[in-house]
Design a protein around this ligand. Structure first.
Ligand code: SAH
Ligand code: SF4
Length: 357
């Protein structure tokens, strides 16, 4: 068995793991014990656990370097703290050398982990550092799960009383471009016997992959949906978000309406304010009209500096917000966290890629 054909134990869903083990004569109760050790305790060294014979035999034969499965967390290339100590960014190296980023944030006493779903991103948004890197590959379910297990481990050493209860898919990559792997990872991470992050505390942020938004609705996935909009007309949006040429604004808005009527859930719209591009009062008025009939909350994001674009002045931002509120939409400003460690949105640029580290 070569390493290339070896798979992470973190990749397996609960049902896959129990099926594989039952074929080897391991009873369901023992499979659950293994699941708790891996996902609940976050252990990666199984050698000391007193597993009973069929399970112990299976582990010895199948888990380890050069065997069918491996169990490990990514190597930490770097850990950077913001000056206020509330944000930690981890630069993590995957087995094939790809580098991704995960962020652990402490907001108002709540611990939130921001994970990557791809190495790079194919969507090319012009103001986003990840988009400018291009796409390398999708992450596997286990590579998404392992980011949370790593962040949890760090949090335990910092303050063992705290737990990660919130998760946002707002790191590198477009989660709905990697739908199947993301759904397996989210099922695992929301499992109460594992990391136990409540499904309603998990936000999937998308650039607007229309077919996947409809799929999320039809499959009645319990997660929160955030749509990164940034433009109120086809022209305004596609100048910032090239993916808008593939999934035009009108079809995205239609999909959001369908999502709302199928699920009955509110949609969060993300709007990065960029000076002179999408922060005028006319744009705000058009946005009010565009979102008419949708149960929407708008999150205004101050642009994080990635070169080339400038963020809106705070007075245009607050005018923009007032128009949306007057139009009947809850509208809040996203707190800027971790800007000094390049851990803000769109700044998750794996700047070490390409260097021999
Ligand atoms: N691909 C997904 C999720 C990752 S990006 C998406 O686009 O939604 C997460 C959020 O960061 C998105 O709302 C995105 O628009 C925003 N973002 C990207 N670059 C940014 C920047 N330079 N400043 C502020 N927000 C940015
Ligand atoms: Fe990709 Fe999101 Fe960045 Fe756009 S904003 S390039 S979709 S990560």
């Amino acid at each position: 068995m070569t390493v290339a054909s070896s798979k992470s134990l973190h990749d397996l869903s609960f049902s896959e793991l129990t099926r594989i083990l039952s074929e080897e004569g391991v009873i369901l109760h023992h499979a659950k014990v293994l699941w708790r050790v891996i996902h609940g305790l976050g252990e990666i060294d199984l050698s000391d656990h007193p597993f009973l014979p069929p399970l112990r035999r299976w582990i010895n034969a199948n888990v380890g370097e050069g065997k069918a499965y491996f169990l490990e967390l990514p190597e930490v290339v770097d850990e950077i703290h913001s000056s206020d100590g509330m944000t930690r960014k981890f630069l993590l190296r995957l087995r094939d050398g790809q580098i991704i980023e995960t962020v652990l944030m402490s907001y108002d006493g709540r611990q939130t982990v921001c994970v990557s779903t791809q190495a790079g991103c194919a969507m090319g948004c012009v103001f986003c550092a990840t988009g400018q890197m291009g796409f390398s590959r999708h992450l596997s379910p286990g590579e998404i799960v392992a980011q949370v297990l790593h962040a949890r481990r760090v949090l335990k050493t910092v303050d063992p009383r705290k737990r990660i209860r919130n998760m946002v898919l707002m790191g590198m990559g477009e989660p709905l471009h990697n739908y199947d792997a993301v759904m397996v990872a989210l099922e695992t991470l929301s499992d109460r016997r594992g990391a136990g992050i409540g499904p309603t505390k998990i936000s999937i942020s998308t650039v607007g992959v229309v077919p996947s938004i409809l799929r999320l609705a039809n499959e009645q996935r319990p997660y929160r949906l955030a749509v990164s909009l940034h433009g109120s007309t086809e022209e305004e949006r596609s100048a910032l978000v090239p993916a808008s040429k593939k999934w035009p604004l009108h079809s995205l808005i239609d999909a959001c309406k369908k999502y709302g009527s199928i699920t009955g859930k509110r949609i969060f719209f993300e709007w990065t304010l960029i000076a002179g591009k999408n922060d005028s009062t006319e744009t705000a008025q058009r946005l009010v009209a565009l979102l008419h009939g949708i149960d929407a909350h708008i999150n205004l994001i101050p642009l994080n500096p990635t070169g080339g674009f400038s963020g809106s002045q705070s007075d245009s931002g607050s005018k923009f917000q007032k128009i949306l509120i007057a139009g009947g939409f809850p509208c809040t400003f996203r707190q800027r966290r971790g800007i000094d460690v390049a851990a803000g949105c769109g700044m998750l640029k794996a700047d070490k890629i390409g260097k021999s580290i």
